[in-house]
Design a protein around this ligand. Structure first.
Ligand code: SAM
Length: 290
């Protein structure tokens, strides 16, 4: 790494927590489950899903079962992106920012649906390189770009985006800092759509399951109330708040049957079943100036 790239990295990965998280993602190169699932159609996701699965596959012959489970998980993860695209209504000349773009699955699906330009920001270099290779292969590199940047401090000018989306990435950032940045880059009336898991602070102040997930993913799961407070404080007015906690359970039941399960299935299942952990979709518009 050159002196110049060291200083660029320091400007993007700024705090002790971000350095820990950055190391976690940089070292997670052979995340078998995500890579295997994406092989079928070139859409690589690092998020979970909602909705029921075909339970007949659990009775399939032993030699076929794992492949069927993985195929079904991938279907659910791809369909999950509709939670975001169904909350957007964009023209081909629109611009979208995807905060924490992973290997690009959500960015590509937004582009495919609306034909619009999508800029993903990410601070994991191998994710960016992977997504850039996919963009070339998909023939969309002129419309879907990936940038090495911190989503709470992006290189974009004020008001240039019609929409900002974050798909299961806000547990890695300070919500007040992130939403201030998203409001800054959104045009007045532009829409922010987020999908996240969060602590249901209407029911409990703490949860051992939430703590176990935080430890597993090096994240800080926020309270549901903090989301709404941080949106309001940053001029982002919710028009849709969906609680899909019950719908989030089957995905984890399915994943619990996979040979590739990682151990985080149990706290997700317990957290959702006890309603300590919520799965939320929020759409909010940036207030007009003045
Ligand atoms: C759980 S993955 C989600 C990826 C993607 N949204 C998806 O649905 O497939 C989290 C991603 O956010 C990135 N990330 C986490 N914190 C970030 C930050 N502060 N700035 C930029 N990227 C970040 C990680 O490098 C990783 O690619």
């Amino acid at each position: 790494m050159t002196v110049e790239s060291v200083s660029v990295k320091d400007a993007v990965v700024r705090t002790a927590y971000e350095r820990d998280l950055h190391r976690h993602w940089e070292e997670k190169q052979s995340d078998e489950i995500n890579l295997l699932l994406g092989e079928a159609d070139g859409l690589y996701h690092h998020h979970f899903a909602v909705g029921d699965f075909n339970r007949n596959i659990l009775n399939a012959a032993e030699q076929d079962r794992e492949a069927l489970i993985l195929k079904e998980m991938h279907r659910l993860e791809s369909e999950q992106v509709a939670l975001i695209t169904d909350a957007l209504d964009l023209q081909p000349d629109a611009r979208v920012l995807d905060g924490g773009s992973g290997r690009g699955g959500t960015s590509f699906m937004i582009h495919d649906r609306f034909g619009c330009r999508v800029d993903g920001v990410n601070f994991c270099t191998h994710h960016i390189e992977f997504a850039e290779r996919l963009a070339l292969r998909r023939g969309s590199a002129d419309r879907v770009a990936f940038h090495y940047a911190n989503m709470v401090h992006t290189p974009f000018a004020d008001g240039v985006f019609d929409a900002v989306v974050t798909n299961e990435t806000t547990m890695y950032v300070d919500l007040f800092e992130a939403f201030a940045e998203f409001a800054r880059v959104l045009r007045p009336g532009g829409r922010y759509v987020l999908v996240t898991w969060c602590l249901n602070d209407a029911v409990t102040a703490t949860s051992p399951d939430v703590e176990a997930i935080d430890e597993h993913y090096v994240c800080h799961i926020h309270k549901r109330g903090t989301y709404l407070k941080a949106l309001a404080e940053n001029g982002l007015v919710p028009s849709r708040v969906l609680d899909l906690t019950a719908e989030a359970v089957p995905y984890w039941e399915l994943r619990d049957h996979s040979r590739l399960k990682t151990g985080v299935e149990a706290p997700f299942l317990a957290g959702y079943r006890q309603n300590h952990l919520n799965y939320l979709v929020i759409a909010a518009e940036r207030v007009a100036a003045g």
